[in-house]
Design a protein around this ligand. Structure first.
Ligand code: BGC
Length: 742
């Protein structure tokens, strides 16, 4: 607290960022002229830098004391720190995780808490870009007020495997949805003068053996899937930095992958910012030639620290082209100017946690997905007499996901249980509940009901309680975290058996899931209602209760397919799952292993359609307490594909529809591809018109030979529906051939 007060008085000292006053923009520091473009300013500044000053910006450190090494001077305590250059007014980079809020790793900033957003999947499930923007803006603001100017956010790896321990941080399996939502989150962050990353570039799609996994995939398939998600996110969000990933892609590590960094990112996409490595992901000084601009956490592994003396020598002897030095530095400076780090340095100042938690609550409410609602059991009326609440620590709080994105929540004491382990694994294996009790919030909606709670450890006890109740709400949870994948899709600790037993005790059972992603539901036929609440964030309990009682009409839709069985996954056995891997990258003599993405760009629902499988719940699925109708479909072709239709609320309460447009056939061949979506708020009886124009890349194929997108001449069939598995209306049009730059 004391430190915070002092910081308030001496903001510039605390942030480690020299506050640059416009008056300083004299002739001696022409780069401070904010009327110039970011490129011009970077060029001007570069001219005044000595070679060692340039080099000093290229190597980051952990921003706190690592095993007694002492924190770097000026670091405020976070994942990363790059010292600034006071002589030139270059602020330090104070880098903090992550996309779900401001982390406080190992509690290095004692007592500092933040507002956890719901998981990225929850935000994606909102299908509402404004939810992603608002969440980004909220965490960007908090970052800035805590003294940070870089947020290690923007995770957009595609969910190719429902077992991936980090799916909860990301935005699902579809490049259009994920790229759009991620881009908006990044835009929200950067509008606060905090640089955002987009990460982890690329195909870091499983955590098992993540330092050794070699993603094997063809060029066209990659461009049409994982790379497209990044491309869209970068176009929309213009992140200052791209964080390259731990894994290898087609035999070359993400952080030295010249094809992906030089040819695709900086070449084809003209990305003007800088590439920073993931923590400890640099393997060789030659990664600088491969397109890496900055080594993060160069002190994390003793054998690392490539971008210091070793880079200097490599630049001198030509191992790394000498011109790279200026290019690397210019990219960093350019982003700092573009996002406003010189003009708007962070000012450590109080955070309004109450107001910010409302933003997190809205995100949760927009993203909760109603999966089943037999006999309209939901919404509850509030007139129930006896409500049984079972399991999921629902008296105490709501679950969050583990790893570097973990936020220590504001708003009251939270519960943290360690799952054990050693080293990094131990740090990441902490199960934290945000202090928002669903049981309490349920009680607030049903003031006259008697609420009883069973912790769910003993099915026999839970069944008895269920039999007593008018209605039963079972909370089931699946904790996921960075660095480890789920071995299967069951609910852990016998919860599937618990739910099955409870539904026998009382068929009026509502199951609320707090999961990192898809799970199997062997009890689905017996449960009356199922609500997917994801990790719902700091006001998750209130959000869940608002949905259960109809104060919020659910409008979330699945951003991932919920498979009926792991056999529906292209890799039923997770590659590397029988391996034992060191805790840190680069350690040991472990050989990389292949993860063959044989499905190519047919990720998730696209593969499901291609293989004519029936999932448990399709991508895009989600129910409402009202009903919707789609009419008047018109599709126009030619140079681009535009879809027009009307959506009507045909029920009796206000609600939000999420009509989705899919390409279902292209020049005679069946496909399945989301090409547009919209979230439409409608009063009962109201109709609104929707027009969507498809991004041409979504109807094109990537030609790996010519390195172009090609739209083929011919007939295109689209459908509008409420999920990938639900055709409401179909129409056809013709498109003329077109070639687009990559
Ligand atoms: C994670 C990144 C994170 C970084 C810094 C890495 O292990 O993969 O997402 O930003 O650590 O904490």
């Amino acid at each position: 607290m004391r430190a915070l007060t002092i910081c308030l008085l001496l903001a510039s000292v605390c942030t480690g960022a020299a506050i640059v006053r416009p008056a300083a923009a004299g002739q001696d520091k022409p780069w401070l002229n904010s009327a110039l473009s970011a490129d011009e300013r970077a060029d001007l500044l570069l001219k005044d830098m000595t070679p060692s000053e340039k080099l000093s910006l290229l190597r980051g450190r952990i921003g706190f004391s690592l095993e007694g090494t002492g924190a770097p001077h000026g670091a405020i305590g976070s994942a990363g720190f790059v010292p600034g250059i006071p002589r030139l007014g270059i602020p330090s980079l104070q880098e903090t995780d992550a996309g779900l809020g401001i982390a406080n790793p190992l509690g290095v900033r004692p007592g500092d808490v933040a507002t956890p957003l719901p998981s990225g999947l929850a935000t994606a499930a909102s299908f509402d870009p404004s939810v992603a923007y608002d969440g980004g803006a909220m965490i960007g603001r908090q970052a800035w007020r805590k003294g940070f100017n870089v947020l290690l956010a923007g995770g957009v790896n595609l969910a190719r495997d429902p077992r991936n321990g980090r799916n909860f941080e990301y935005f699902g399996e579809d490049p259009l949805l994920a790229g759009t939502m991620d881009g908006e989150a990044i835009r929200g962050i950067q509008d606060q003068h905090v640089i955002s990353t987009v990460k982890h570039f690329v195909l870091n799609d499983q955590e098992t053996g993540r330092y050794y996994a070699n993603a094997v995939i063809g060029e066209a398939a990659m461009r049409e899937s994982d790379l497209l998600a990044f491309e869209i996110a970068i176009e929309r969000g213009r992140p200052g930095s791209v964080m390259c990933s731990y894994n290898l892609i087609n035999g070359s590590y993400g952080c030295g992958n010249a094809h992906l960094l030089n040819d695709v990112l900086k070449g084809d996409w003209h990305f003007p910012g800088w590439v920073m490595s993931d923590w400890g992901a640099v393997h060789d000084v030659r990664d600088a030639a491969g397109g890496l601009d900055q080594e993060s956490a160069g002190d994390m592994r003793p054998e690392a620290g490539f971008f210091g003396k070793r880079l200097d020598a490599a630049l001198a002897d030509g191992t790394v082209p000498a011109a790279r030095l200026n290019d690397m530095v210019r990219r960093i400076l350019r982003s700092m100017f573009a996002v406003g780090l010189f003009e708007h340095p962070p000012v450590v100042s109080p955070v309004n946690y109450e107001a910010d938690s409302a933003i997190a609550q809205r995100a949760a409410e927009e993203g909760i997905v109603l999966l089943k609602n037999s006999n309209r059991l939901l919404p509850l009326t509030g007139r129930e007499k006896r409500i049984a609440i079972i399991g999921g620590f629902a008296e105490n709080g709501v679950l969050s996901g583990g790893g570097s994105s973990q936020v220590l929540p504001a708003g009251g004491p939270y519960i943290a249980n360690s799952l054990g382990g050693k080293g990094l694994a131990a740090i990441f294996r902490k199960v934290i509940y945000d202090p928002s009790s669903p049981a309490k919030a349920i009680g607030d909606h049903a003031p006259n009901a008697e609420l009883r709670f069973a912790d769910g450890r003993y099915p026999s006890e839970a069944v008895k309680l269920a039999a007593w109740a008018d209605v039963v709400i079972v909370f089931a949870e699946q904790w996921m975290g960075e660095g480890l994948d789920a071995p299967d899709l069951t609910l852990p600790s016998g919860q599937d058996a618990l739910i099955a037993a409870v539904t026998q005790g009382n068929p009026k059972t509502i199951v609320v899931l707090e999961t990192g992603g898809p799970v199997l539901m062997p009890w689905l036929a017996q449960a009356a209602a199922v609500v997917e609440a994801w990790y719902p964030g700091v006001k998750g309990g209130e959000a869940i209760a608002n949905v259960l009682f109809g104060a919020v009409n659910p409008s979330g839709h699945l951003p991932m397919t919920f498979p009926a069985d792991l056999k529906q996954n292209p890799r039923p056995i997770l590659p590397g799952s029988d391996g034992v891997f060191p805790d840190l990258p680069g350690g040991g003599a472990v050989k990389p292993f292949d993860v063959v993405y044989s499905e190519g760009s047919d990720v998730g629902y696209r593969g499901i359609a291609k293989r004519s499988l029936v999932p448990l719940f399709p991508f895009g699925y989600g129910l409402s307490y009202t009903t919707f109708g789609l009419t008047n479909l018109m599709v126009t072709g030619g140079q681009s594909l535009t879809v027009d239709f009307d959506v009507t609320n045909t029920g009796t309460v206000a609600g939000k529809a999420v009509p989705q447009v899919y390409l279902i056939a292209k020049t005679g061949a069946p496909v399945s591809r989301l090409i547009g979506f919209s979230k439409v708020a409608l009063e009962a009886g109201q109709t609104r018109h929707v027009r969507l124009t498809a991004d041409p890349r979504l109807v094109a194929d990537f030609d790996a030979q010519t390195k172009n997108w090609r739209v083929q001449d011919g007939s295109y069939e689209i459908m509008v529906g409420y999920s990938a598995g639900d055709v409401a209306l179909k129409a056809r049009t013709s498109l003329t051939a077109r070639t687009l730059a990559p």
